[in-house]
Ligand binder design. Structure first.
Ligand SMILES: Cc1ncc(COP(=O)(O)O)c(C=O)c1O
Length: 425
């Protein structure tokens, strides 16, 4: 099983059977409130009838068509809708099947762009410590999680990393964006001084990092990164696999933070998790630079058998309709202060060393047990599951990212359940 303690799971499995709205049911029929949208993907809630119907209808009409040198309408319709949703000139879409594939696609496009623009030496890719960009070789190379990297090397050579922004000494218990840390973006200047801007293709960051414990960008940080990248002809890629589609109370983090990246990687909420799919949003400038050479030649030698799969496009179009009709991005923004207040109410527990929140995301960081990092939070995960609540833990951080349809009463259930468990550990 992926990212699972397989032997422990076999001993004591946690098995789900069905899901509807905010709830899973386990195999014994017990309801489990989904506090993390599956894996940050089911933003509109489970079993949405409109999305299900759209997939069924598409299945009858066209369940597969090749995407190389052949087109079908629904993929272009979906691409057009995405271009409307994402900010600025991110008007072009490359479909993938996952967040990991979106990341590797974006990194390859960054290099291909600079080559097409006459700067073939611009190849270096800058990631960040504590970043998660999926599990493919590009993603783990720019990623910054030791366990995901150390057994799989050698990784891509032309890579360096910015420092992460997490600083409990200065920012613990911040509500919303932390005040301190914008200057960490200036470390990019050090990397430019070291490698030379003419050798750097792109910087990739999660505007809000999720998988390493919800790291919210300090005020001014992302803007400063944008400024430096623009000054040095370095592309800025936002990995929005978890932050796009309402998670932060807007269509994407770029819109919420009002920063225009050159590419955005997405997946997950793109289809409400109903069919695997990813998409890379690409600027006019990058697209136009690639549309050169003889017109009968392939411009970008890249793609997947299932790029723009018809079922995924049908699910995606219906998902965008549901987001719009139920006004879920706005709903997330309106619910944000309630989640903030509720979750910060857990700060009195001795084991809690930080609480942070932004959009429909919150994190409770626990003091790690000496010599046993991660064990404390995992025990909360297990106890919460037994008490009918699914949360996600990473290291010693409990992450909450519920479907955007969550009610105030359900937020109360989440926080009260955690309150009871934190008192016991
Ligand atoms: C920021 C980010 N990038 C990439 C990925 C990888 O996505 P996938 O698991 O769909 O390959 C994730 C998954 O959580 C993610 O959070």
């Amino acid at each position: 099983m992926p990212f699972t303690a397989n032997r422990a799971f076999r001993e004591s499995p946690r098995m789900l059977s069905t899901a509807e709205g905010m709830y899973y049911k386990n195999v014994d029929g017990h309801k489990i409130l989904d506090g993390c949208s599956g894996l940050w993907c089911v933003n509109a809630g489970h079993g949405n009838a409109k999305i299900t119907e759209a997939i069924k209808k598409q299945l009858d009409q066209l369940s597969y068509a090749p995407a190389f040198q052949i087109g079908y309408g629904i993929a272009f319709d979906f691409a057009d809708r995405l271009a409307e949703l994402f900010p600025g000139d991110l008007n072009h879409v490359f479909f993938t099947n996952s967040g990991s594939e979106s990341v590797d696609t974006a990194l390859k496009i960054a290099r291909a762009y600079h080559r097409a623009a006459g700067n073939p030496e611009k190849v270096k890719l800058i990631g960040r410590e504590r970043a998660y960009h999926g599990v493919n070789f590009g993603g783990i190379s720019v990623g910054g999680i030791l366990n995901n990297r150390q057994r799989f090397g050698p990784l891509l050579p032309e890579v360096d990393h910015l420092p992460h922004t997490h600083d409990l000494n200065k920012n613990a218990f911040s509500k919303g964006q932390p005040e301190n840390g914008a200057e960490k973006a200036d470390r990019l200047l050090d990397l430019i001084a070291l490698h030379g801007a003419p050798n750097i293709a792109a910087v990739i960051v999660e505007p809000m990092a999720g998988s390493t414990g919800v790291l919210i960008p300090p005020r001014g940080y992302l803007g400063r990164l944008r400024e430096i990248c623009s000054q040095h002809d370095i592309l800025l890629i936002f990995d929005e696999v978890i932050t796009a589609f309402g998670r932060l109370g807007d269509s994407c983090a770029a819109s919420r933070f009002d920063i225009q990246p050159d590419m955005i990687t997405t997946a997950k909420g793109l289809t409400n998790g109903a069919v695997p799919m990813g998409a890379v949003m690409i600027s006019d400038q990058i697209h136009n630079a690639l549309m050169t050479g003889p017109e009968n030649m392939i411009e970008l030698f890249h793609g997947y058998t299932y790029s723009g799969h018809p079922l995924a496009c049908a699910a995606g179009l219906a998902t965008l309709d549901v987001y719009a009709e139920e006004d879920l991005f706005k709903r997330a923004r309106e619910m944000e202060p309630y989640l903030e207040q509720a979750v910060h109410g857990l700060s009195h527990h001795n084991c809690v060393i930080d609480i942070r929140n932004y959009g429909m995301v919150a994190a409770i960081e626990l003091a790690p047990l000496a010599e046993n990092p991660g064990v404390r939070a995992f025990s909360v995960f297990q106890k919460a599951f037994d008490a009918g609540l699914l949360v996600r833990t990473t290291g010693d951080t409990i992450a909450l990212s519920p479907p955007l349809i969550i009610t105030k009463q359900q937020i109360d259930f989440v926080v009260n359940t955690l309150d009871g468990i934190l008192a016991t550990i």
